[in-house]
Ligand binder design. Structure first.
Ligand SMILES: *Cc1c(COP(=O)(O)O)cnc(C)c1O
Length: 486
């Protein structure tokens, strides 16, 4: 099985090289030429580790010893032995993806990526060090730091906007331990940090600046197929749980509602379907930044709109990178079409897909959005009716799932993906359930625990007393110098 860019069929490479490269040289994302034959029913028989091994070995066949890599990635890192448990809540099932080391769903992929990257390096005989560069609006940075900490042959450097992340998220990053980690705040907003990182990649492209340095740059965001592939597993795991609870019979279709930002999580659900899993509709849930809702309903993608700051910040995004992979898959691999749409997005800020592509997407996906008031009301409703506490991202997925059920009457079982612990966003959650907002975010975490009786995850409870190790703040113009001095 070979991989090539979503924008061209030329320059095919194997899966190990695709993980090492991250982004294709033409700016496209790597996709396989065809998906492998996959015995999905046999896959469902094993435990989560065995499902992950089978799925990753099928998608990344050139990375050897997958069973060992999976075991190293996850053993002892998650608070739940089956990694991603499901909980029946009212008429729906919640798939909890937040039991990893940083209490966000990105842990599922970012525990695995370092293993895939180091195995791919060994496979290709590459001995240069890799420096992972990441700009974060909160969750990715900490999950990447935790995943890459003290991994041999890899360094990790995270930039976050000064004052632009929550107090809990900042504490998670600035207290990070490890010998290969760097964390630095940047004056400005997330876009400034993100643009700074892109400029560093561009400046280092010709190799001149890095001459004499023994490292090569790479990225940990979800453009890398090595970050996407591990997310396919939990769709299988959720299906297996429904089978075990006799809520479905083998072959019955299940719908999934996914709080969506960069379109990585929900695309993994579509890959699960392409591997054979009986997935019904994939429901794309957005917050007030509803560019994807408009796109899925109208076929017009238009990023020329203001970015709203919401209580679900990990979905505050106007350009969803992984949508490019969907356009590729749904157009039957039409790389010329994808290249021209992406060119239009770059130059004009919007594009319209052909009618056939629009209706193909509508067959598989459904979309709606929910603003902050809607998310708060869902947090409150789910808590009062079912005694289940969810974070603002999950609440968005829940509210949109309800809207789907109401509008379509579709009665197939619904799984709502839960992407963060409510304790990562204590202020928003506490406000939604009407608790006292006294004190700072750490006090609010305690109040939330007292009021609800749900325990604070250990990694968050420990944060307050930890020493701050990374307190630097720089201007965005200084970012390149900072990286070159590492
Ligand atoms: C990243 C993130 C999302 C969005 O996932 P995508 O793969 O970017 O669509 C949703 N919720 C939380 C908590 C996240 O951290």
């Amino acid at each position: 099985m070979l991989y090539h860019s979503t924008r061209s069929n030329e320059n095919c490479i194997d899966s190990a090289q695709a993980v090492l490269n991250g982004l294709a040289p033409d700016g496209g994302l790597y996709m396989p030429t065809a998906l492998p034959e996959f015995d999905w029913q046999a896959c469902l028989q094993g435990d989560t580790y065995s499902m992950a091994t089978k799925i990753l070995a099928a998608l990344l066949p050139d990375i050897p010893d997958m069973e060992q890599l999976v075991s190293r990635a996850y053993t002892g890192k998650f608070a739940a032995p089956d990694l991603t448990p499901t909980v029946p809540v009212g008429d729906y099932t919640v798939l909890e993806l937040f039991h990893g080391p940083t209490s966000a769903f990105k842990d599922v992929a970012l525990c695995m990526l370092p293993q895939l990257l180091t195995a791919a390096k060994a496979e290709k005989g590459m001995d240069e060090k890799i420096l992972i560069l990441t700009a974060t609006s909160g969750d990715t940075g900490k999950a990447a730091l935790a995943g890459f900490r003290d991994v041999k042959g890899v360094g990790i450097c995270v930039f976050y906007p000064d004052g632009g992340v929550s107090k809990v998220q900042r504490a998670q990053m600035v207290t990070q331990e490890g010998n290969n980690v760097a964390v630095c705040a940047v004056w400005g907003n997330f876009d400034d940090a993100q643009t700074g990182v892109k400029n560093i990649f561009a400046a280092c492209q010709d190799g001149e600046l890095l001459r004499g340095k023994s490292f090569r740059l790479s990225s940990a965001n979800s453009i890398n197929i090595g970050r996407l592939a591990p997310q396919v597993t939990y769709y299988f795991k959720a299906y297996r749980d429904l089978l075990d609870r006799k809520q479905i019979a083998m072959g019955d279709e299940v719908n999934f509602s996914v709080p969506t930002g960069n379109f990585g999580d929900i695309l993994a659900g579509y890959l699960a379907k392409l591997l054979g899993l009986p997935v019904g509709r994939l429901i794309c849930a957005s917050n007030a930044n509803n560019v994807l809702t408009d796109f899925i309903r109208t076929g017009v993608y238009d990023r020329k709109r203001p970015l709203h700051k919401t209580i679900s910040p990990s979905m505050d995004i106007l350009v969803s990178s992984n949508l490019e992979r969907l356009l590729y898959l749904m157009s039957g691999g039409d790389t010329a079409l994808v290249a021209s749409l992406m060119e239009r997005l770059n130059t004009e800020g919007c594009y319209t897909v052909p009618e056939a592509l629009k209706s193909a997407i509508e067959q598989e996906f459904w979309a709606d959005c929910c603003d902050d008031a809607g998310a708060r009301s869902a947090i409150c409703r789910v808590w009062e009716n079912h005694g289940y506490l969810c974070d603002p991202h999950t609440a968005t997925g829940w509210a949109v799932a309800e809207s789907y059920s109401r509008q379509t009457g579709d009665s197939r079982p619904m799984v709502v993906l839960s992407t963060a612990s409510p304790y990562k966003f204590p202020a928003a959650v506490l406000e939604a359930i009407g608790g006292s907002m006294d004190g700072d975010e750490f006090d609010q975490m305690q109040t939330l625990q007292t009021v609800t009786g749900c325990p604070i995850p250990e990694n968050l409870a420990d944060l307050r007393g930890k020493p701050e190790r990374h307190t630097g703040v720089i201007a965005k113009e200084e970012m390149l110098g900072y990286v070159l001095s590492l």
